[in-house]
Design a protein around this ligand. Sequence first.
Ligand SMILES: Nc1ncnc2c1ncn2[C@@H]1O[C@H](COP(=O)(O)OP(=O)(O)O)[C@@H](O)[C@H]1O
Ligand SMILES: O=C(O)C1=C[C@@H](OP(=O)(O)O)[C@@H](O)[C@H](O)C1
Ligand SMILES: [Mg+2]
Length: 181
Amino acid sequence: MEERKDGKQHIFLIGFMGSGKSTVGELLAERLSLPFIDSDREIEKSEGKSIDEIFSREGEKAFRDMELNFLVELKGLKPSVVSLGGGLPAINGALELMHQFGLVIYLNTSLLTLIQRLKNEKDLRPLLKDLSDAEFHPFVEDLLSQRVHFYKQAKLIMPNERNSPIELVDKLTKELNKLNY
Ligand SMILES: Nc1ncnc2c1ncn2[C@@H]1O[C@H](COP(=O)(O)OP(=O)(O)O)[C@@H](O)[C@H]1O
Ligand SMILES: O=C(O)C1=C[C@@H](OP(=O)(O)O)[C@@H](O)[C@H](O)C1
Ligand SMILES: [Mg+2]
């Protein structure tokens, strides 16, 4: 796909941890024959360490700076499907950048579904891994409530819980066609 005339060359997937951005993003990129980029994976590659090591050695603020730098660097890349870590849209200026050079899609997933998915994968995410069972639900509920305002600024809001990832890709490609993507 050539760079689009409106400059909105990327397709950004945003949403809370566990909403399916990395999973669905890879499948969508395959379907659209576009490169797939995952912000966490790219940051791990460029830093030569895991997200967990970045959080523990350099702190969350340093990670957020890395996320914003990653986003800025995307401007020069050819059209891709880009899955962004759950906290990225809440970084000051991030959403404006995304809207400048991409179509922003929010994978809207209910708190209950997020809890179910995340409780089995706590260790994969530094913000969750040290939470006790009693802390887990309130933490996720509170953080989601802080961020949903940013997620809802997406151009397209797609639920991702009743369908399988590939069924969602089918729905997404139909919506993208309607938007001439
Ligand atoms: N539509 C879906 N139905 C069921 N499970 C899903 C769906 N989308 C993603 N998942 C699962 O949810 C978990 C989190 O998915 P992931 O792509 O890592 O989310 P994110 O990148 O948004 O944190 C994974 O175990 C994934 O297999
Ligand atoms: O919500 C967040 O602050 C985070 C989400 C993670 O990405 P996923 O949303 O892909 O899990 C990862 O960037 C990091 O653990 C922080
Ligand atoms: Mg992810």
